[in-house]
Structures are given as structure tokens and as C-alpha cells.
Design a protein around this ligand. Structure first.
Ligand SMILES: Nc1ncnc2c1ncn2[C@@H]1O[C@H](COP(=O)(O)OP(=O)(O)OP(=O)(O)O)[C@@H](O)[C@H]1O
Ligand SMILES: [Mg+2]
Length: 435
């Protein structure tokens, strides 16, 4: 965990701020001269207005120095807020069955993932995250079951003569019935089968409502994570994003979205001027964002992640994926891949996933015609639950060495808190939105 902001070396921070502010000033000036070259880039609404330098040749360019104006002052404040927030320590909490649901105060970050939903708020000297399991389990609706669930404070709603038990409680029920929970989100997006009878979004709404009752002040910004467009899958993220936005609006928030890979950059790469590649290796997918001075230049996803590893390793060994997952989360160490047969199978499919991920990176970067000119090598930061096992970072680094990218990579790092960095990055974006 990074130092608390109070104990941070202020001289360092000031120097970084001055440097970053200078770069932003130069950038704004450059935009006026380079408007035509920015057309093909993704522009994010929270730090909108920042221009992109087009890659016209391999030569490195110098931007001219200019005076600050009101636009640049706004950018500077956004940068300042981002830097300070990203240095704050993080305290995380699971949404237990008996916890009371509170209204949020101030801007909010929300990570809607295949496995978990994580809410982040700024508590002054630290960031607080609250996590909920993104799963449900149905039982027949009878009066006695309804009463029992209500008495026990168990989260549920009723539809079509079924009781939908949602969140961590669903896991307990599934274990009792010796089966698995169902999920409203599959491979990063609202599950078409669940969405078809309207229950997918109803489950997500119930889970969001279990970690926030809405904003204390109506209209407060909430920034929620959305997946990048899948690289090899013709699926639109629009339905997923619109349905979630609608629910957040109904709670009284002003919702904005952030690409999941971009959220990783905002959370982890403040010291690199928000320039680099953020990768979230989650349960259902891997999200990638190449960001240049906080602007998402390239974003995409591949629809495989931790679930794929569990399923493939389980199939190969003839054991349920849920058992493999349990082992993986509790004791997987990829440094010793031949320790036992489960570790070996997991290592094989981890390698498979990372090869696919690195190849996708090469494919996307190689075919991109508008890469910004960068004079220095940029870092890659790995995040998400699937980046957690010992040895993932090293495996990624080794596989990366075998390919050549148009961009030089300075290092491959692990996020400070891989299960919470998407929510933290979304919070940073939310906080900078109103500046
Ligand atoms: N300690 C651990 N070791 C290994 N894997 C873990 C660990 N903890 C969680 N995971 C895996 O991480 C994945 C979930 O990660 P995460 O919560 O980042 O995903 P998500 O954001 O819900 O999903 P996505 O981003 O794909 O939509 C699961 O595959 C889970 O098994
Ligand atoms: Mg995720």
C-alpha cells in the first residue's frame, strides 16, 4: 500500500505536479494546432478536451511551451485531484448480510464486474470500498421462505413465483443445495439469457441497492466501469451500459462511465502521468487500455479471464470448475508449476490466457495508425483478481519479451490492490468530473 497523503514527500509531489501541469499546458496549446490528427482517438468525458498527438513518423516531437489559461487551470485541478486521490490508502469491506445500507456522500466509483460489484467513496484520508458478490440463486416463492429470509435480513426479490436471493447470501444457498450460483453478467456483460426475462438487470439493481441507497445529495456523480468492445466478438456493450445507467439515474445519481482498463490507468499510473497500458484481468474478461496523459487512446477487451482458466483446467482434470477456482484462489503459485496436477493444469491455462492477451495487444497496437508520439518507454500495470497469484507478473513479462511492440515497455507491474483498483479509478474519474 502507498503512503498516506499526509506523509507523502511533498517536495516530490510538487515537482510531479509542476511537471504534469506543464505537460498539460503544452498539450492544450498543441490541440489548437493539431485538431485534425485527433479524430481517431477515444476521448473520455471526464478529462475531455485533451488533445492527442498523431503518430505520423517514428521521430519524437517536442511540444511548444505556452501560458496557462482557464481551460488549462481546469485540467491542472483535475490532475491535482487525481494525483492526490490515487495516493490515498484503501480500506475494503465486504457487504455482509446484516450490514445497513447507507446513502453515499460525494462522488462515487462503481466497478460492475462479472464476479463482483465494488463501490468506492472518498473518506477524506482514505478510500473506502464495499464489495458485493455478483451472483444469485432462486428458490420457489412461499410465504414461509419469504418471512424467513426477511427475518434473517437476506437480500432477495420476488418475480414469477421465484425468490431471487442475491449477493453473498446466494453463495450460502448454492452450497447448501450442492450446486452453483447463477450470474447476471457473463463475460463482462449483462447475460443475454438472464436479460431476456428481465431478471439480469433486476439482480444487478438489487445488488447495487445493497451497497448504496443512493446519493445523499441528488445529482451526485457516479462513475461506473464498462468493458471495452470485445476484439473477436461482435457484441455491443451499449445495452449493458444503458441498462446500468438507467438504474443509477433512478437512484438519483448523475452517471458517467469509464472503460475498465482506463480505470486501472487512473488508479495506478498517476506517477507516470497517466501514460501507459492498464490491464484488468478479471473473472469473465481481460480489459486493456493504452492511455496517453490520461486520454484513452486504445481500449478493447478479450472475453476470457479467470472463469476460462477454471473451466479449462477443470475439464482437463475431470473435476468441477468451482473446485479448481477454490484451489486457485487459496493456494496457486505459478512459480512452481509442477507442484501438483491442479497447479500444472492451472499454469498451462494461465499461460494460454496470457499468450492470447499479449497477442491481442500486439495485434491492436500494430494495426493502430494513430499512436501518440512518446519519447519514453511506458509501463504496463496488471490488475483484476486474475492478476493475484504469485508468478502472474513474471509469466506476463516472459511472454511479452517474445514479441516486439511499436511502443517500448519500461516495466510490467502489479496493481497495489488488484480487486479494488477499477472502483478506485472510477472514483478518481468521478471526483474530477465536477472540477
Ligand atoms: N487470490 C486469488 N488468486 C487467484 N485468482 C483470484 C484470487 N481472487 C480472485 N481471483 C479470481 O479473479 C477473478 C475475479 O476477479 P475480479 O473481481 O477482478 O473480476 P470482475 O471484475 O468481477 O470480472 P470482469 O472484470 O472480468 O468482468 C475470478 O476469476 C477469481 O477466481
Ligand atoms: Mg473487472
Amino acid at each position: 500500500m502507498k503512503n498516506n497523503v499526509e506523509t507523502h514527500n511533498l517536495i516530490d509531489l510538487k515537482a510531479r505536479l509542476a511537471d504534469l501541469e506543464q505537460k498539460h499546458r503544452e498539450f492544450v496549446q498543441n490541440k489548437q494546432r493539431q485538431m485534425s490528427s485527433s479524430d481517431n482517438f477515444a476521448h473520455h468525458n471526464a478529462l475531455r478536451g485533451l488533445p492527442i498527438e498523431s503518430k505520423e513518423s517514428k521521430d519524437k516531437k517536442q511540444f511548444p511551451k505556452v501560458k496557462a489559461n482557464s481551460t488549462t487551470k481546469t485540467s491542472e485541478n483535475k490532475v491535482r485531484t487525481s494525483l492526490i486521490t490515487s495516493d490515498k490508502p484503501l480500506i475494503s469491506d465486504e457487504m455482509g448480510i446484516t450490514k445497513s445500507i447507507e446513502a453515499t456522500i460525494g462522488p462515487v466509483g462503481l466497478d460492475i464486474g462479472t464476479s463482483h460489484i465494488v463501490l468506492a467513496v472518498d473518506n477524506g484520508n482514505h478510500i473506502k470500498t464495499t464489495k458485493q458478490l455478483n451472483a444469485f440463486f432462486t428458490v420457489p416463492a412461499t410465504n414461509i421462505t419469504k418471512k424467513t429470509l426477511t427475518n434473517k435480513n437476506i437480500l432477495f426479490f420476488e418475480s414469477n413465483q421465484l425468490l431471487y436471493i442475491t449477493g453473498y447470501a446466494a453463495d450460502n444457498f448454492a452450497n447448501m443445495f450442492n450446486t452453483s450460483t447463477r450470474r447476471p453478467i457473463e463475460k463482462g456483460m449483462l447475460n443475454a439469457k438472464e436479460a431476456a426475462d428481465g431478471q439480469g438487470i433486476a439482480v444487478i439493481a438489487s445488488l447495487i441497492n445493497s451497497i448504496t441507497s443512493g446519493p445523499k445529495v441528488s445529482g451526485e456523480t457516479i462513475c461506473f466501469s464498462v468493458p471495452g468492445s470485445p476484439l473477436d466478438d461482435y457484441v455491443s456493450t451499449l445495452y449493458h451500459e444503458s441498462m446500468i445507467k438507467q438504474h443509477l439515474l433512478s437512484l438519483g445519481y448523475s452517471p458517467i462511465s469509464i472503460n475498465e482498463g482506463h480505470a486501472i490507468v487512473m488508479s495506478e499510473l498517476a506517477e507516470d502521468d497517466f501514460t501507459g497500458i492498464g490491464i484488468s484481468m478479471g473473472g469473465g474478461m481481460c480489459n486493456v487500455c493504452f492511455s496517453f496523459l490520461s486520454v484513452p487512446v486504445i481500449t478493447y477487451s478479450i472475453r476470457i479471464g479467470g472463469d476460462y482458466i477454471d473451466l479449462m483446467a477443470g475439464q482437463s482434470l475431470g473435476i468441477p470448475a468451482t473446485k479448481v477456482k477454490l484451489f486457485k484462489e487459496e493456494s496457486l503459485d505459478l512459480i512452481n508449476p509442477f507442484k501438483d496436477k491442479v497447479t500444472t493444469a492451472l499454469a498451462i491455462f494461465y499461460e494460454d490466457l496470457i499468450i492470447k492477451l499479449v497477442k491481442s495487444l500486439k495485434k491492436v497496437i500494430d494495426r493502430s495508425e494513430n499512436l501518440p508520439m512518446i519519447s519514453q518507454a511506458v509501463p504496463i500495470v496488471l490488475s483484476g483478481g486474475s492478476a493475484l497469484p504469485n508468478g502472474v507478473r513474471g509469466m506476463f513479462e516472459e511472454i511479452l519479451k517474445k514479441i516486439s511492440l511499436q511502443i517500448d515497455i519500461s516495466s510490467v507491474r502489479l496493481a497495489n490492490d488488484p480487486l479494488n483498483s477499477t472502483a478506485k479509478g472510477a472514483l478518481i474519474m468521478s471526483m474530477t468530473e465536477n472540477i
